[in-house]
Write a protein of this length. Structure first.
Length: 354
């Protein structure tokens, strides 16, 4: 079973059991038909929910990689661009090496984030929802992601009008062993135990490893990646990555990473959904502001209090807590596998598109 817990553009992947990504030839045609029907139904439900003015915004389409691939939504790109010349390769390698060095220095990190979710079924050009929140991270495997403010489009523009949502946004904490997914509306928490390989430094193996734990060689093994031209007047470094693996392609068709020219750390993520097309530009944009890392504390006591708050997962007594322990692949039967396969799509889109 595959599960995703989304951290901005960074997602923590829990692999509860191995699953085949492609059906056998004899059943492929039937699987494709079923997957396509499932996809079309999900898109209709998505559009219907949007038409009703859901306060949560457009629902996220949830598909496992196998279904996405069979539906024709997730495609592993084959040589998506021409081979880089020697100068481009040297530049790319330098950027990736410096990026890896910079992320290796991070012990603590926090920032504010803004997310723009674009759904052309709601509006052709304006974001359907605008969210604001915070992101925190502590090496090697602790993090917090929380959306504090949500606005959904209430009237198309120009200019569009937005209304505040009366529902809470996403909120999760990773304590190194568990990912705690907190539903503040329902007062319910799901604790998903990470597999051993995802604990500690294994966090960089997440489906979108562009925020923390960057490894230059692993990124190149996992993606076709190239430098792209930044918008006029920008000194930032732009990279574009296409997934080589089917499981990654089930979550996004490509990702653009905007690196701050001075810090050589992400200031924005642009993720294009598996079903992104120029005429149907489903995407999300994440922008990270007020970025801080490795700040000093006045005393060890003050730092201790911060860390306690940072990983605090204690909940009020009226909350329901559901614990899902990690299950070794050989312990899960076929029925459990079929019922459990879920991979949620991550964020996507470019700041210049706003």
């Amino acid at each position: 079973m595959l599960r995703f817990t989304m951290l901005c553009g960074c997602s923590l992947l829990s692999t509860f059991c191995s699953v085949p990504l492609l059906a056998q030839p004899s059943s492929q045609s039937s699987q494709q038909q079923q997957a396509r029907a499932q996809y079309q139904q999900a898109m209709q439900q998505q559009a219907a929910a949007a038409a009703q003015g859901s306060a949560q915004g457009a629902p996220v389409l949830v598909m496992d990689p196998a279904t996405a691939a069979a539906a024709g939504v997730a495609r592993v790109a084959q040589a998506p661009f021409e081979a880089l010349n020697e100068e481009q390769m040297q530049y790319l390698q330098t950027v990736l090496n410096v990026w890896e060095q910079q992320t290796a220095k991070i012990e603590r990190y926090q920032c504010n984030l803004t997310r723009w979710q674009y759904d052309p079924s709601i509006d052709d050009t304006a974001p359907a929802t605008i969210d604001k929140g915070i992101l925190k991270y502590s090496t090697p495997d602790k993090g917090l992601f929380r959306i504090d403010e949500r606005q959904s489009i209430a009237k198309r523009g120009p200019p569009p009008e937005y209304r505040p949502s009366d529902k809470h946004g996403e909120y999760w904490i990773c304590d190194g062993e568990y990912v705690h997914i907190l539903d503040r509306d329902e007062k319910k928490a799901n604790k998903l135990q990470l597999p051993p390989a995802m604990r500690g430094n294994g966090i960089h193996n997440s489906p979108l490893p562009f925020l923390f734990g960057v490894k230059a060689n692993e990124i190149q093994q996992r993606y076709w990646i190239r430098p792209v031209k930044a918008p006029a007047g920008s000194s930032d470094v732009w990279l574009e990555a296409y997934p080589k693996r089917v499981d990654d392609a089930g979550n996004y068709s490509r990702v653009q990473v905007v690196l701050d020219a001075n810090q050589v750390l992400p200031k924005a993520l642009i993720v294009f959904m598996p079903n992104w097309e120029p005429q149907h530009p489903h995407r999300e944009v994440y922008e990270f502001t007020e970025r801080q890392s490795n700040w000093s504390f006045l005393s060890a006591l003050k730092e201790g209090l911060f860390m306690k708050e940072f990983i605090n997962t204690k909940l009020p007594g009226d909350w329901q807590v559901i614990v899902e322990p990690y299950i070794e692949p050989q312990e899960a039967g076929p029925a459990e596998q079929a019922a459990a396969q879920r991979v949620a799509q991550p964020p996507v889109a470019a700041p210049q598109r706003r």
